[in-house]
Write a protein that binds this ligand. Structure first.
Ligand SMILES: Nc1ncnc2c1ncn2[C@@H]1O[C@H](COP(=O)(O)OP(=O)(O)OP(=O)(O)O)[C@@H](O)[C@H]1O
Length: 279
């Protein structure tokens, strides 16, 4: 009875969730004393996507980021990065996961007493045993990759403009060739032209390096310019995850106010204008 008619159907090739979803958050509860920030928050970030994360002030976007990268322990639920749960993963396994992501914090979080090259080199010194000369070369490559001039390598953060500091922070986040990049309000504090240039840089890098990007932002222009989907935090949860144009049609009161308020409409029409120019 082994003829073709009775042969079992070929097994479906299953992609492990860890490959499909570099980030998977299930039923997350986050608390500070009696203050509940997240209560049953679910979110899956797909491989290769640029996910924008929005929500009103204090809805817990930064707490979510800090929890995903292991700076805050969840008070309930699970957070998995590349399939690994930091609460149960061995130190060694967690350290191998840590090498797969980079983060650009809102203030850049650069060491003020180190040069840009030394800042970008820091993760390489921490995680690899490469000789110093090779590390310097990699750092210079990353500095060029983010569009900083070569001489910036020898400057200290205080000697850089706000936009250059963001780029230096990004170069450091990219030092270990991550697959996953976390950005906390990357365009905050930049003038509109620098912000648009930074958006463009993130879009180019995410495409050329095949990065998955988790980006907290208040910047509507960034949402329209570079995200594939947007997750909205409200009511202690993620209340919607969808491409920005679908969110425009949402009935959720906060989403409506956000996208259909004057700033939302301006960002949407700026995008239509840009698309018309490309056509
Ligand atoms: N270390 C902490 N101790 C106590 N409460 C905290 C702590 N960190 C954050 N919170 C509280 O958690 C809530 C969410 O803060 P979070 O910084 O994540 O908000 P956010 O959505 O990123 O806000 P914003 O858009 O203004 O940056 C806030 O009410 C904040 O006061």
């Amino acid at each position: 009875m082994n003829g073709p008619a009775s042969a079992p159907a070929p097994a479906a090739i299953e992609t492990p969730d860890s490959e499909t979803f570099p980030i998977e958050v299930r039923g997350l509860v986050s608390r500070f004393g009696d203050h509940v920030v997240h209560d049953g928050l679910d979110l899956k970030v797909e491989r290769g996507e640029v996910l924008g994360v929005v929500g009103g002030s204090g809805t817990g976007k930064s707490v979510l980021l800090n929890t995903i990268i292991g700076l805050k322990a969840p008070d309930g639920g699970h957070v998995r990065l590349f399939g690994g749960d930091m609460r149960t993963a061995s130190r060694r396994r967690w350290s191998s996961i840590e090498r797969r992501w980079g983060v650009l914090f809102q203030q850049g979080a650069l060491f003020s007493n180190l040069t840009v090259r030394e800042n970008v080199s820091a993760p390489l010194h921490e995680h690899t045993r490469l000789p110093r000369r090779e590390i310097d070369e990699i750092a210079d490559l990353k500095i060029a990759m983010v569009g900083l001039p070569a001489h910036a390598a020898l400057l200290k953060p205080a000697e850089l403009s706000g936009g250059m500091r963001k780029r230096a922070g990004l170069a450091r986040a990219l030092a270990m060739d991550p697959e996953l990049l976390f950005l906390d309000e990357p365009t905050a504090g930049l003038d509109p032209i620098s912000a648009a240039a930074f958006d463009e840089l993130i879009k180019d890098l995410s495409e050329s390096l095949d990065l998955t990007v988790f980006m907290i932002t208040h910047d509507l222009d960034s949402l329209y310019a570079i995200t594939d989907r947007v997750a909205v935090l409200a009511d202690k949860k993620v209340v919607a995850v969808a491409p920005v144009h679908e969110l425009e049609r949402s009935d959720h009161p906060w989403i409506k106010k956000y996208f259909l308020g004057p700033r939302g409409r301006a960002a949407a029409s700026a995008e239509s204008l840009a698309e018309a120019r490309i056509d």
